[in-house]
Design a binder for this molecule. Structure first.
Ligand code: ZN
Length: 360
């Protein structure tokens, strides 16, 4: 049986449109990389866990949720409510249901939750008194991408879940890019793309509408990938006009220059610091040339030449920036399992989430 790009075994969902073609094209531009046994194993593990049934993984790491959200995103939201006070993190599989099945289950679940809430109120007042989230974050990712990008997502999810716990915001993550729709997005102050991007027109349109009406976005690494094949000019403009041009290989640590240390996201950083091993992207033209773009971090030219198989030898390479016409930050970090090994950089991620999430 075929599998879609999320790894679901499903004939009817095998509708890549030009999205799959794009991805295939991208892969052809970036030579197939030799995978370590560990990476290959990770890829297989993801395939098994994601593809064993027609469903989607939905991760919720949050604080107390309003009850109105119960029924409109299947068990994903329901599961959040069912969490005991001490459990901030868990994983649920959401099966694809027919409408009648869904309604029946919904009714059963409604009854169950009423009972659960009553019991919780009696037995554990702290559940009911749990703090309201200060803002809501929805992260999109894929478990079926390049293994090093999957590895990043595997670490990013618990990282953000911990931040949510520490800073009292609601965090939800999903591989269901169908959730990139107006109805869902309106309930979130911040959208994060961890290691992928939408390819369907309706998802792109929903995101564009969200961002042009005050939504916030934080994107990592390949989530901003674009070239002539991705056919999304609005997004290229949103990113500041830069098109993916190349990268170093293998992933390597690099010294970064902090361009603006007065910004709330970067104020804690030293003038320069060494960022853990990453695949650094070249953008043409440099987003810095766009007067609406504020570059926060740049690859220090001292690193050049950086790479062995693919080497960056020159050029202006912004690494973190914001297009000031939107509430957005892009960070090029996001390749491999070393990204979260630097506390200064981790603080950068935290600051970005708090700054973007609190702005609305
Ligand atoms: Zn990468």
């Amino acid at each position: 049986m075929r599998q879609d790009r999320e790894g679901h075994a499903s004939e009817k969902r095998y509708d890549y449109g030009h999205g799959y073609v794009n991805r295939a094209f991208r892969t052809s531009r970036a030579p197939r990389r030799k995978k370590s046994p560990a990476q290959a194993e990770l890829g297989r593990a993801s395939l098994v866990s994601q593809g064993s049934s027609a469903g989607s993984d939905c991760h919720i790491h949050g604080v107390w949720e309003p009850q109105e959200h119960l029924y409109d995103d299947f068990l994903c939201s329901i599961a959040a409510l069912a969490l005991p006070a001490g459990s901030r993190s868990t994983t649920f599989r959401v099966d694809t249901l027919s409408l009648s099945d869904f309604l029946i289950r919904q009714s059963i679940i409604r009854s169950f939750l009423t009972l659960l809430f009553t019991a919780a109120a009696v037995l554990s007042p702290s559940v009911i008194l749990a703090q309201q989230a200060s803002f809501r974050v929805l992260a999109f990712y894929t478990a079926m991408g390049e293994p090093d990008h999957t590895a990043f997502a595997a670490q990013a999810l618990p990282f953000f879940a911990e931040l949510a716990k520490k800073n009292n915001f609601y965090f939800e993550s999903t591989t269901r890019w169908e959730s990139l729709n107006a109805e869902k997005l309106k309930r979130f102050q911040l959208i994060v793309w961890i290691n992928d991007f939408p390819t369907k027109a309706e998802q792109r349109a929903a995101f564009q509408d969200y961002m042009t009406h005050g939504g916030s976005w934080l994107g990592f690494h390949v989530s901003a990938y674009n070239d002539e094949s991705t056919r999304w000019p609005w997004f290229v403009d949103f990113m500041g006009g830069g098109v993916f041009y190349g990268n170093n290989w293998p992933p390597l640590p690099a010294k970064l220059i902090v361009d603006d240390r007065s910004h709330p996201v970067t104020h804690h950083l030293s003038a320069t610091f060494t960022s853990p091993a990453n695949e650094w992207y070249i953008w043409k033209p440099s987003p810095r040339l766009n007067t609406n773009v504020k570059v926060l971090l740049t690859l220090d030219p001292e690193n050049y030449p950086i790479g062995l198989k693919d080497t960056i030898v020159s050029g202006d390479i912004p690494v973190v920036w914001t297009n000031t016409r939107y509430r957005m930050i892009y960070m090029n970090m996001g390749h491999g399992d070393k990204i979260f090994t630097n506390s200064e950089q981790n603080k950068l991620f935290e600051n970005a989430v708090l700054w973007l999430g609190a702005r609305k």
